[in-house]
Design a binder for this molecule. Structure first.
Ligand code: HEC
Ligand code: HEC
Ligand code: HEC
Ligand code: HEC
Ligand code: HEC
Ligand code: HEC
Length: 439
């Protein structure tokens, strides 16, 4: 049998292509690493310690002051250039006394701020105050803020890594397949020529595949690449199955349950208070939001993630302000409101009756049983399938909470006798009757 193909040269060329591919991906990783380092802005150094100052500021002053925006008190960045240090010590130690003593600057300030009283901080040493002032004297960190609104999931530099890499790898795989086919073709033609075979158009196509099949190395590499590529597509496909279940619409305000119910541990029922007492859990009115957001007009630096920048989050809070007509510079309502149209996620058909209080209060079921780990959702979604089978399945499996519920004591006695069991499931209580769930 004649040996077909120049095995060695093909594998060397393949090796070369691999090396090229690796080099490409490594350089792109390296670039990401460099740009990540470059974003850490250098911090101005001074004799007083701005880091300690930041701590003191956050624990003592942040309730009323922000660096760059008016809050209860004026913005404090660059305050050192507005007053003498001596004045500042006196003011921070006891501002009321200064106002009483008739210091013209203090009195004017007091009038300008609607006579809001600043707490005195006699416990702060002049060193402490120096540190705080050093902190307020720092240049505003120029974060490479993306254009407002341009931040869509996955569109930021870091968030894009995985997608870009995957797409790049796929493109390379495709390219390599083409290159391989080309090489095989070339080698075969060479071999054919060397053996004095005339390559007829038709005859050529079969030998290529035969040759390919005989070259074990080539077959192995191709199979691996094809497997990798198809695994990627199959995974993508599987992630789309049951789209209805993971329905995750884009809301008019990017509101994160992770930040509120997770990081800040706000109780679900603080906002969805109706869940306990009525059929619907309800979406909170924007006034509920303003209980906190009169004072929270921006998120902490640490809240920002690679996917969502601080600028993006701050803009979302601004959308809330626009909706309720809150002017954060004057700290007052303008009267111009525009309702936020939240996109409804969970929606049972009209012919089904579902009652929250029955499940939350009477049955004592946690929100998470039906809605999933909401406190980890950056974007709210539908966790359960909400099919009839899902309701029935749980009614079959879940025991009704009888203890301490006088209403059940008698029914319990009768029914447990009837079924000869100690515990009753929701199904045995009538939870499978069509009329209970269907009007
Ligand atoms: C309870 C709210 C509150 C706290 C806490 C507070 N301030 Fe104030 N601060 C104010 C108000 C209000 C004013 C405006 C003057 C007035 O109405 O008394 C002000 C004014 C100032 C001014 C003058 C600003 C200007 O534009 O001239 C400085 C400086 C200042 N505060 C520093 C501090 C520092 C430093 C801390 C923390 C150690 C602090 N404040 C904590 C409410 C507060
Ligand atoms: C600070 C207020 C707040 C808190 C706390 C809160 N939510 Fe929400 N929730 C909202 C708002 C606003 C929406 C509408 C926007 C959205 O869907 O993201 C919503 C939407 C939802 C939805 C989807 C509603 C639909 O359209 O079908 C569910 C389910 C939900 N919340 C469950 C929970 C659970 C469970 C918790 C506790 C772990 C919780 N929420 C805590 C404000 C809150
Ligand atoms: C109990 C207090 C509280 C309530 C009520 C509240 N928030 Fe917040 N909100 C916070 C805190 C705390 C943060 C995070 C601040 C930080 O990370 O520095 C925040 C952050 C945000 C952000 C930026 C992060 C994000 O989720 O995108 C938005 C937007 C926001 N809130 C909107 C709302 C809306 C809309 C409501 C009403 C449905 C609401 N908040 C109700 C306390 C509250
Ligand atoms: C037994 C399952 C179950 C439990 C427990 C449950 N929910 Fe629901 N929830 C649902 C279903 C089903 C819907 C859809 C209702 C509809 O479309 O009429 C829903 C809808 C919602 C909605 C959308 C608005 C509405 O009222 O229809 C919110 C918000 C919500 N739930 C929050 C909560 C919160 C908060 C808790 C915990 C206090 C909770 N749910 C507990 C099953 C549950
Ligand atoms: C996580 C479990 C669970 C899921 C999911 C669930 N239920 Fe229930 N349901 C219960 C329990 C437990 C009870 C009994 C409550 C009680 O003590 O009366 C109950 C009671 C009921 C009742 C009152 C039955 C009676 O005998 O009066 C109705 C109606 C009902 N559920 C409708 C639904 C519908 C509709 C769905 C689906 C959209 C659903 N449930 C999903 C656990 C569940
Ligand atoms: C525990 C609550 C519950 C009980 C009991 C229940 N159903 Fe349903 N049923 C549902 C829910 C929820 C849906 C909506 C499913 C969906 O939208 O996919 C539904 C949908 C249906 C549909 C529409 C078919 C479809 O897939 O859209 C029919 C018909 C139906 N039910 C008949 C019955 C009959 C007959 C009984 C009594 C043997 C019954 N159901 C008992 C909750 C219930």
């Amino acid at each position: 049998m004649k040996k077909v193909g120049n095995h060695n040269s093909i594998s060397r060329k393949l090796l070369f292509s691999f090396t090229v591919m690796l080099t490409f991906s490594l350089t792109s990783f390296a670039q990401d690493a460099v740009s990540a380092e470059a974003t850490e802005a250098p911090v101005a150094t001074q004799s007083a310690d701005p880091v300690k100052g930041k701590e003191l500021f956050n624990s003592n002053c942040a309730a009323c002051h922000k660096l760059d925006a008016k809050s209860t008190g004026p913005a404090l960045r660059g305050i050192a250039s507005k007053h003498e240090m001596a004045w500042l010590y006196k003011w921070i130690h006891n501002s009321s006394e200064m106002i009483k003593s008739g210091d013209p600057v203090a009195v004017k300030l007091f009038e300008e701020n609607n006579k809001a009283v600043m707490t005195g901080f006699p416990q702060l040493s002049t060193d402490d105050i120096d540190n705080i002032i050093a902190y307020t004297s720092e240049e505003k960190a120029q974060a490479p803020a993306p254009l407002p609104g341009a931040v869509v999931a996955g569109a930021t530099d870091q968030g894009g890594i995985s997608n870009t890499i995957i797409l790049g790898a796929l493109a390379l795989v495709m390219m390599m397949l083409v290159v391989m086919l080309f090489l095989v073709n070339k080698v075969l033609t060479k071999v054919a020529k060397a053996n004095g075979i005339v390559v007829a158009d038709k005859a050529a196509s079969t030998p290529i595949w035969k040759a390919f099949a005989k070259n074990q190395f080539l077959v192995l590499v191709t199979s691996i690449l094809l497997l990798l590529a198809s695994a990627y597509f199959v995974y993508g496909f599987l992630m789309q199955v049951g789209v209805d279940q993971n329905y995750e619409p884009i809301q008019p305000i990017h509101y994160s349950h992770k930040i509120h119910a997770g990081d800040n541990e706000i109780n679900c029922k603080y906002c969805h208070s109706a869940a306990r007492v009525s059929k619907n859990a309800g979406i909170p009115s924007l006034n509920v939001c303003m209980n906190c957001h009169k004072n929270i007009s921006e998120v902490a630096e640490t809240t920002a993630t690679p996917e969502y920048s601080k600028a993006f989050y701050d803009e979302q809070i601004q959308k809330l302000y626009t909706a309720v007509g809150w002017d954060k510079t004057t700290q007052s309502y303008t009267g111009k409101t525009q309702p936020v149209k939240w996109v409804r996620i969970h929606n049972l058909p009209d012919f089904v009756y579902f009652n929250h209080s029955q499940h939350v209060t009477v049955a004592g079921i946690e929100c998470q049983t039906c809605h999933g780990p909401v406190e980890t959702y950056e974007i709210q979604k539908q966790f359960a399938p909400l099919t009839m089978g899902w309701c029935i399945d749980c009614h079959r499996k879940t025991d009704v909470k009888m203890e301490g519920n006088a209403y059940y004591t008698k029914i319990h006695e009768e029914l447990s006798k009837k079924y000869g069991v100690d515990k009753l499931t929701a199904a045995q209580m009538g939870g499978l009757e069509c009329g209970k769930c269907h009007y």
